[in-house]
Design a protein around this ligand. Structure first.
Ligand code: ASP
Length: 463
């Protein structure tokens, strides 16, 4: 007999079916044993009577979270036993054969309830159990739905999904790099990509015109509710565009996705506010314009400063070093005049007080790019070492281009109504940076270190 999912099986009234899943709860009613059995598709009541001697013997020894398979007949429940709370509440499966597939000892964390109050390190150590709770199952499925409709939308607009390397060279996005030592070239390192930024710009020079990628980005920075060491972006880049073209493409993408998921957007088209306005009015560049908690309030913020002052009195980039100044400020940049007042072609998308996307039109002229890096304190040597490849590429015919990255974990969490992005990530790291279940970082063995030509000179004792 072929196993059916619980939702399929429950439609086969009067027929014999086989299901498999976890025992959600067990109740005894006189001599009769009731199980609620759960699989990915739903929950169903299984009844075992002493008449079925063999099954009854097995059933007596079963408890919560044991994995079983059941062969039985799908019967309509007597009227007084109908349970309106569950989808399969009108039927039950009367067991004829029960097999124990996997015994479960007592769970280290409860899976009833939303789980917010269970200590994070324990939730993540046993994430495979934590993920059994319906809230997280729902979040993972929602994430999948959003991926699916976003891909369909981008495909319909003529975008090509292209993967770019994760093992790469540093690309500044304002965080520390994760370095990966090279075995073949001892003493040299790759950096895990903080974003596909330079590759997607190179793809524009390569003539792709409309690129996207569900890209993982790696940034070694302090962890917060909306930050993990690795996060996913819907990374986008377009050639021959103005800032409004990119904003409009993303607005259409978000409107399409949110519509398919069945949520409401408070105001369309999304309001466009300037950086100056939001800083004066809301004292933050991520204003929360939301009036009704159930809806999503998107807004664009534009006209950001190109540069930010550093603590040392110099300047650094406000978005990333590739953001183009507005055309009327290019001259001042080249002449290093009024650097604090230069505005860029950056745009951020905020939703309910969270930044969910950010991007810019890029510099595409090598001399302007070199000058932007110079005012950010890079020496010509460092510019050549770190960005020589990009400056060289610009010399071979570069289109005007711009793009954006949608912080995918944040987008899913605002749509799901979750405050912390870890609630929409299958295996997040703890706020202390420990991975779920696998307990990394951990020590490398001496052989591995030798292969890489590395020696640990200072070890931090685990607290
Ligand atoms: N690479 C940028 C980021 O990760 C996004 C962009 O400018 O497209 O924030």
């Amino acid at each position: 007999m072929a196993r059916l999912s619980i939702s399929e099986a429950s439609k086969k009234q009067g027929e014999k079916v086989e299901i498999a899943g976890w025992i959600n709860t067990r109740r005894n009613h006189g001599k009769i044993i009731f199980f609620d059995v759960r699989d990915a598709s739903g929950l169903v009541q299984v009844v075992v009577t002493p008449k079925e001697e063999e099954s009854y013997k097995v059933a007596e020894k079963l408890g919560s979270e044991d994995v079983i398979s059941v062969v039985g007949t799908v019967n309509k429940r007597p009227a007084e036993n109908i349970n309106k709370e569950i989808e399969t509440g009108e039927i039950e499966i009367v067991a004829e054969e029960i097999n124990l597939i996997g015994k479960a000892v007592a769970l280290p964390i409860p899976i009833e309830g939303d789980g917010y109050d269970v200590e994070e390190s324990i939730r993540f150590k046993y994430r495979y159990i934590d993920l059994r709770r319906p809230r997280l199952q729902k979040n993972l499925k929602l994430r999948h739905q959003i991926v699916k409709v976003a891909r369909a939308f981008l495909d319909s607009e003529g975008f090509t999904e292209i993967e770019t390397p994760y093992l790469s060279k540093t690309t500044p996005e304002g965080a520390r790099d994760f370095l990966v030592p090279s075995r073949l070239q001892k003493g040299k390192f790759y950096a895990l990509a903080q974003s596909p930024q330079q590759y997607k710009q190179l793809l524009m020079i390569a003539g792709i015109e409309k690129y996207y990628q569900f890209a993982r980005c790696f940034r070694d920075e302090d962890l917060r509710a909306d930050r993990q060491f690795e996060h996913t972006q819907i990374d986008i880049e377009m050639a021959f565009v103005k800032r409004e073209d990119v904003m409009s493409a993303v607005e259409r993408l978000i409107t399409f996705v949110v519509g398919k998921i069945g949520k409401k957007i408070e105001k369309k088209p999304f309001p466009v506010l300037t950086y100056k306005e939001v800083m004066e009015k809301y004292k933050t560049d991520r204003p929360n314009l939301n009036k009704n908690k159930a809806d999503l309030s998107f807004a664009w913020v534009v006209d950001f400063p190109l540069l930010e002052k550093t603590d040392e009195g110099g300047y650094t980039f406000a978005h990333n070093p590739f953001a183009a100044p507005k055309p009327e400020f290019v001259d001042s940049l080249m002449k290093e005049k009024e650097l604090a007042n230069l505005q860029s072609l950056q745009y951020d998308l905020v939703c309910n007080g969270a930044e969910v996307a950010g991007g810019s039109i890029r510099i595409h002229e090598p001399e302007v790019q070199r000058q932007a890096l110079r005012v950010m304190g890079y020496s010509d040597k460092r510019i050549d070492d770190e960005f020589g490849h990009l400056l060289a590429a610009y010399k071979y015919g570069a289109p005007v281009h711009g793009g954006i990255a949608v912080g995918f974990d944040r987008l899913v969490s605002v749509i799901a109504g979750e405050e912390n992005i870890r609630e929409v990530i299958a295996f997040p790291v703890t706020s202390g940076g420990q991975t779920s279940v696998m307990d990394a970082p951990s020590e490398a063995n001496p052989e591995q270190l030798k292969d890489l030509g590395l020696k640990i000179i200072e070890k931090e004792e685990k607290k």
